[in-house]
Design a protein. Structure first.
Length: 128
């Protein structure tokens, strides 16, 4: 007699989820359970019981874990060619790069010069 057990792994424990007498159906159901994402691992165990010797042999016929899925996704990503990013553009130089202190001194000189011209015009306008 041959049976196929689906085992699920969660919280550090394996539990028997279901039992089938058909391998293809058991593997299909295990894949469906895996896609559900509720378990960190799923496996299908084949148990063969020999009535004459009253011995049971066990072997794993399907196994998957979240680690396996992550590894497969990583392999797919590594197989794809990498896109080469364009080098960053250098910053454009500004046309009038003047410091705030220099700007303040320039404006102060213009204002003081204007006041000086007005003073000279007012006091010496009739003497020339």
């Amino acid at each position: 007699m041959i049976l196929f057990e689906i085992h699920t792994f969660r919280d550090g424990k394996w539990k028997i989820d279901s039992v089938f007498d058909d391998k293809e159906l058991a593997v299909y159901e295990a894949q469906r359970i895996e896609k559900g994402g509720r378990f960190s691992a799923v496996r299908v165990i084949q148990e063969t019981y020999d009535e004459e010797t009253q011995r049971t042999s066990i072997r794993t016929v399907y196994r998957t874990t979240k680690v396996d899925r992550i590894n497969v996704e990583g392999e797919r990503r590594r197989a794809q060619p990498l896109a080469v990013a364009a080098p960053p553009k250098p910053p454009r130089p500004r046309k009038h790069d003047i410091s705030p202190v220099a700007l303040l001194l320039t404006l102060t000189a213009i204002v003081l010069g204007g006041i000086g011209v007005l003073y000279l015009l007012q006091n010496f306008s009739g003497r020339f």
